[in-house]
Design a protein. Structure first.
Length: 100
């Protein structure tokens, strides 16, 4: 499913905007579940998810978890679970905040 998984390690600076980006090739489109430190994220306030099509292929999409105003509490292990009736795939990254 993941054509471009999360980087093994990611870093961001305090007060910046972080983008954790993946590309997924799947039909039907998968249901996504973003987790931080094995707890499901609630997408609101400083967290946003964006989806965009790639190369006019409706089965290939780019998904971004956007964290606005990065804070020390945003550091941790992020995981994305993508699942549909074909199966489930997982990718993860360790996110570190610089400038603490």
């Amino acid at each position: 499913m993941f054509i471009l998984p999360l980087n093994e390690n990611s870093t961001g600076s305090l007060a910046s905007t972080a983008e954790l980006t993946v590309r997924i090739l799947a039909k039907p489109a998968p249901k996504l579940r973003w987790l931080k430190d094995n707890k499901e994220l609630v997408i609101k306030d400083r967290l946003k998810v964006e989806t965009s099509n790639i190369e006019n292929n409706e089965d290939l999409k780019e998904y971004k978890l956007i964290i606005s105003g990065v804070q020390a509490i945003d550091a941790g292990a992020y995981k994305l679970e993508a699942s549909n009736n074909v199966g489930t795939d997982v990718t993860q990254t360790k996110y570190e905040v610089i400038g603490l």
